[in-house]
Design a protein around this ligand. Structure first.
Ligand code: CUA
Length: 196
């Protein structure tokens, strides 16, 4: 004799088939979970944007990459560190395969510093470790990041977007110097890595 005993199956559903009201309840819970996660992620973006000064990669400002060297803000004589009338500092850099121009940048500690970058050819990246400065540098656009450095420090600045065979060698330096020392430096010294 077979051991099997008849299961108590509800007349409407076979075993293993979930009733529609249970499916609806589960789906509703998943939607609530997803919406909650989305809201948390949006809140994280907003909070870090405000408290850590994270900024979008592009400043939504266009520039012609083919005439950078001929006219406009990014001609060679205008690159490097400039002091604005309000005392803040603007640094202009062109990224190109496989170098940052200028290669060396000196900025003061304790003052607002605004980096403005663009690319002459392909996409590069600009990163100062442990700061809010981290942006893609896209040809045709100006990337702008505002920051301030509390302490003097040397930053090695790697290109962090793969841009070709020389990508690994695309480095520059940002040297954050004390306020007093910066004031004494000549414009040439502010774009030089030479020891003063
Ligand atoms: Cu430039 Cu990688």
């Amino acid at each position: 004799m077979a051991e099997s005993t008849p299961h108590s199956v509800s007349p409407a559903l076979l075993e293993g088939i979930v009733p529609p009201e249970v499916v609806a309840r589960t789906e509703k819970r998943w939607i609530m979970t997803m919406v909650t996660m989305l809201l948390i992620m949006v809140a994280i973006i907003v909070v870090t944007g405000i408290t850590h000064a994270l900024q979008p990669a592009s400043h939504v400002e266009v520039v012609d990459p083919q005439t950078l060297h001929l006219r406009g803000e990014f001609v060679e004589s205008n690159l490097g560190t400039a002091v604005e009338p309000d005392g803040s500092v603007t640094v202009r850099i062109v990224a190109e395969t496989f170098a940052f121009v200028p290669h060396c940048l000196v900025v003061p500690a304790g003052r607002p510093v605004r980096f403005r970058l663009t690319s002459a050819d392909v996409v590069h990246g600009f990163l100062l470790p442990n700061t809010n400065v981290n942006t893609m540098v896209v040809p045709g656009f100006v990337a702008q990041v505002s920051t301030a450095f509390a302490e003097p420090r040397e930053y090695a600045m790697p290109c962090h977007e793969f841009c070709g065979l020389g990508h690994h060698a695309m480095w520059a330096h940002v040297s954050v110097v004390p306020e007093g020392r910066f004031a004494e430096m000549t414009p040439y010294e502010r774009t030089s890595c030479a020891q003063q």
